[in-house]
Design a protein around this ligand. Structure first.
Ligand code: CA
Length: 386
């Protein structure tokens, strides 16, 4: 919608913008390296505040929290809390593009999609990674969610891998069109897209390299990944001591290269570890509200092997990714979350340790004890559109 404002209003708006900008800077200046000021308070959807321009980067499936996160992204987008610039898939799954498209159809949004195509993904994924991913999807989790969701909810208008651009192309387009220092990335999966993007050369989309685009356009990155303060204390099965996302299906240095490069570019990086989402199980109430005929409900049924005739989900599931997205968009430091500043060190296999540093530009966040029930309720509300 275009509106033409009278000159006086434009001047007033300009002054207001300048005042807000100065206020924003002075707030940020109070505490070097602090989370943005709007991370400090949770507001209800619809409350006027600067819209976060967000790119989602992640794996969808097999965990239900991937699908609840997609629902939450679309709810935030349609409630105006974020401008969802695009969704970038990062796994070698031929049905990832169609899941993104089905959610666009379900929520009546038209969010740009980037996903890998089986015909070309060999330039990004080794055979070993593809095999480990497929083995995990089939055996570890006993479900190929995206394929089933396509068969059940796809239609003629559903886009597939052949209809969408690659994740790197999506990123290059979105970042080149964005204002400087304006884009928040929420990364809730393995980090395969980042090395490919950071190493991408100048092309017809942009004269900047991927590294230059990230340096110029990205404001901050929030990750669901790792385990804090270190991953050694947890016995992760089959992931060589690393948390699942940061293990990257055994692809050496994917996580280490990504985090070290982003840190060297001076980007504020926030992590929410595996151990936080486990405290916030959701699903039973949520799937009741969404109804059985919804891809997010479907993902819970598939993951839990629920009898197709059942009307209710027997268990909740950890809200790993949706909890991180909630923080990335609505904040809640001091109310729901606390943060520890410092610097992460990741080994070549994706295992992590932490060095505290009160002036660090990186932070991991944890749920404030006692806030778990409230977070379960608020996440259930948000994901179901309340
Ligand atoms: Ca995920």
């Amino acid at each position: 919608m275009k509106t033409s404002l009278p000159p006086i209003t434009r001047t007033a708006l300009t002054l207001l913008t300048i005042t807000l900008a100065i206020l924003g800077r002075s707030l940020a200046a109070e505490e070097p390296g602090a989370a943005p000021a709007d991370r400090l308070a949770v507001s209800a959807p619809g409350t006027p505040r600067p819209k976060i321009k967000l790119i989602y980067d992640g794996d969808i499936g097999p965990d239900p929290c991937d699908f609840t996160t997609l629902s939450l992204l679309h709810e935030y987008h349609r409630h105006g809390l974020i401008e969802l610039l695009g969704v970038a898939g990062e796994t070698p799954d031929p049905y990832l593009a169609s899941t993104f498209s089905i959610y666009n159809q379900f929520y009546k949004n038209d969010v740009p999609i980037g996903a890998y195509n089986p015909k070309t993904w060999a330039t990004t994924f080794s055979d070993a990674v593809v095999n480990r991913y497929q083995k995990a999807a089939r055996e570890g989790c006993h479900a190929e969610q995206n394929k089933t969701i396509f068969e059940k909810y796809g239609n003629k208008a559903t886009k597939t891998a052949d209809d969408v651009v690659s994740p790197v192309e999506l990123y290059r387009k979105l970042l080149s069109a964005a204002a400087d220092n304006s884009v928040t990335i929420y990364a809730a999966g393995q980090l395969f897209n980042f090395p490919a993007l950071l190493k991408s050369p100048a092309d017809k989309i942009s004269p900047l390299t991927g590294r230059q685009l990230v340096e110029a356009k990205v404001k901050e990155v929030v990750f669901m990944g790792g385990c804090f303060p270190d991953s050694k204390g947890n016995q992760f099965k089959g992931t060589e001591g690393a948390e699942w996302n940061w293990w990257a299906f055994g692809n050496r240095n994917t996580t280490k290269y990504t985090l070290e490069t982003l840190a060297s570019l001076g980007k504020p990086l926030t992590y929410i570890g595996w151990e936080q989402g486990i405290k916030i199980p959701i699903g039973r109430e949520l799937t009741k509200r969404l109804g059985r005929n919804h891809p997010t409900t479907e993902s819970y049924w598939l993951m839990r092997h629920v009898d197709p005739k059942a009307t209710e989900l027997p268990n909740d599931n950890p809200a790993y990714d949706d909890l991180g997205l909630f923080y990335a968009v609505e904040g809640g430091l001091g109310k729901y979350f606390q943060q520890v500043r410092g610097r992460v060190q990741v080994n070549e296999k994706g295992g992590d340790t932490w060095t505290p540093d009160k002036d660090g530009k990186e932070a991991y966040i944890t749920v404030i004890p006692g806030q778990e029930q409230e977070l379960r309720k608020i996440l259930t509300d948000r994901i179901s559109g309340k």
